[in-house]
Ligand binder design. Structure first.
Ligand code: ATP
Ligand code: MG
Length: 565
């Protein structure tokens, strides 16, 4: 364990497990599971659950299963099964043995349902969905017993068998637990255990089954069959815990995991609900599940986030029972800190303005050296070609400015980073008055190898050789929504999609990168000096240029947004 781990206070789930171990529960064993439904890509909220479940297993020398909660075949896909495995691995975790599926247990689940019927604790009900709702009552009023509640065991066995062998249509019958229609907990009012689904092909079991077990029945049994000791889930399942326990208490199974709930992660200016993220993808509000603006693991990866930064984030936000909404700045600080350590520095010009250095020989190319990291000599050096024509950023030049302006202005000097001091002698404009070129001169005595050149030049700007620079497209990202909590903001006929930020993607298609960036693999990360941290995208632009995504700016721009309200 590192120092920070030993000094960090233990969260309530760790304390709970400490106590179980001290009491000799489960023979001191710890087994957890991460149970995603394969109906979408994993998001940053799932990362919290993954880090918790796998983290607990690692910490206590236990195991963590990856189990797909695949009881809803209509919405599930093999694509999601594959992406979820990829994302868990990418985050740096290894699941116990092979991948598991709740559908592996369909036969056992069925047998347990039969056991409940035989002991008079489950019945087949013919009420349609709407009547089931009506009979259930409300929080204020108790429910009413279904007219089918007192069917005999024999009749129930026969009807359930017919449900299984496709004798009934969808919705015609369900199997329900016989618990208590007047329970103050709505989940205990004879919950549905099985429903009929024809015409769907399950990604694992094909057309083998036409009845599918409900989550509340499947989950406790799957946990118990796997010998899970601590079943960690989010707070919305707190009210389901009595049902979780009821199921296990009423079937013959000798394992009874402890369900423990923790609060979900909410992240400001984005959304962490698979259902809503699906809407963003299906309605083309974003370019796909891995759009770099998405809070999905795939999106964050493509944006340039590292697994370390996401694990660090999950560690910093902690595990509690309190509902919370985390500022985006917290996540961004995590990636910024990691990238500051690991990325090589490069120069890239976002909005090029040509500079002609008139006293520099026309065909001369100088290979200047620059460190890859200002504090880490071990990261080595790279060479940067210097030529008579270079690009600087339009934002680094003003025709006139006061003395506080540290960049280039007419008649004044600035240092080109890792190179020479130049002075702007003349500004060239087009017929619209737009500045299209600067005529400058350089001082050969101010080479970067000679930092003690005695020059008091205030500003340093970045640049790229106009001859050797690599044309590229750069994509800058802003928050995906204009509201901190788009879901709660959506009232009075407004949808959360009404708060999508129209400026969340800015494409700069005429950028130039320094020559050392000519062969960069997808996923490689850099700091473009003064501009932020960037990651090479897996695709090229429509006109064949390499694309770089800005992962994060160099400084926290969110603080400003918060202050402005
Ligand atoms: P969504 O509403 O996004 O579909 P879900 O809970 O339905 O989320 P699952 O695939 O069932 O998605 O989630 C797998 C596990 O991840 C569950 O244990 C769930 O509690 C947990 N999880 C999902 N969202 C979050 C979140 N925002 N914060 C923490 N844990 C989460
Ligand atoms: Mg779920």
């Amino acid at each position: 364990m590192s120092d920070t781990e030993t000094t960090k206070p233990r969260h309530f789930i760790q304390q709970y497990i400490d106590a179980d171990i001290a009491a000799g529960k489960n023979d001191g064993k710890v087994a957890t599971r991460f149970p995603p439904e394969p109906n979408g890509y994993l998001h940053i909220g799932h990362a919290k659950s993954i880090c918790l479940n796998f983290g607990i297993a690692n910490e206590f020398n236990g195991t963590c299963n990856l189990r797909f909660d695949d009881t809803n075949p209509g919405k599930e896909k093999e694509e999601f099964v594959a992406s979820i495995q990829e994302d868990v691995k990418w985050l740096g975790f290894e699941w116990n043995k092979e991948v598991l599926y709740a559908s592996d247990y369909f036969q056992q689940l069925h047998d347990f349902a039969v056991e409940l019927i035989k002991s008079g604790k489950a019945y087949v009900c013919d009420l349609n969905a709407e009547d089931v709702r009506k009979y259930r009552g409300t929080l204020q009023e108790p429910g009413k017993d279904s007219p089918y509640r007192d069917r005999s065991v024999e009749e129930n066995l026969e009807l359930f068998d017919k449900m299984t062998t496709a004798s009934f249509a969808d919705g015609e019958k369900v199997l329900r637990a016989k618990i208590d229609m007047s329970s103050p907990n709505m989940n205990m009012r004879d919950p549905t255990l099985y429903r009929i689904r024809h015409g769907v092909i399950h990604h694992q079991t094909g057309e083998e089954w036409c009845i599918y077990p409900m989550y509340d029945f499947t989950h406790p049994i799957s946990d118990a069959l796997e010998g899970i000791t601590h079943s960690l889930c989010t707070l919305e399942f707190e009210d389901h815990r009595p049902l979780y326990d009821w199921v296990l208490d009423n079937i013959s199974i000798d394992c009874h995991p402890q369900q423990i709930e923790f609060s979900r992660l909410n992240l400001q200016y984005t959304i962490v609900s698979k259902r809503k993220l699906t809407q963003l993808v299906e309605n083309n509000h974003v370019a796909g599940w891995d759009d770099p603006r998405m809070p999905t693991i795939a999106g964050l990866r493509r944006r340039g986030f590292t697994p370390t930064s996401i694990r660090d984030f999950c560690d910093r936000i902690g595990v509690t029972k309190a509902d919370n909404s985390i500022e985006m700045g917290v996540l961004e600080n995590c990636i910024r800190e990691d990238l500051n350590e690991i990325t090589p520095r490069r120069m890239a010009v976002m909005n090029p303005l040509k500079v002609v250095i008139e006293n520099y020989p026309e065909d001369q190319v100088e290979q200047l050296e620059a460190p890859n990291h200002p504090q880490k000599e071990e990261m080595g050096k790279r060479t940067i070609p210097f030529t008579r024509e270079v690009f600087i950023d339009k934002n680094d030049f003003k025709e006139e400015a006061n003395n506080k302006y540290k960049r280039l202005k007419t008649g004044a000097e600035v240092r080109l980073r890792n190179a020479y001091v130049i002075r702007c002698d003349e500004v060239i404009k087009d017929s619209n008055g737009e500045i299209i070129e600067l005529r400058c001169s350089y001082d050969p005595d101010t080479h970067n190898k000679n930092p003690a050149d005695g020059r008091k030049v205030k500003g340093v700007i970045h640049w790229v050789s106009a001859v050797h620079g690599i044309a590229a497209e750069v994509r800058l990202y802003d928050r995906l929504f204009t509201q901190a909590n788009p879901e709660t903001a959506a009232k009075d006929g407004k949808e959360f999609t009404d708060y999508i930020n129209p400026d969340s993607l800015q494409t700069l298609s005429t950028c130039y990168l320094e020559a050392s960036l000519d062969k960069v693999e997808a996923g490689e990360r850099f700091q473009f000096e003064r501009e932020g941290y960037f990651c090479r995208d897996s695709e090229n632009s429509s006109n064949g240029k390499p694309v770089f995504n800005r992962t994060v700016t160099l400084r926290d721009t969110w603080a400003k947004i918060e202050a402005a309200g």
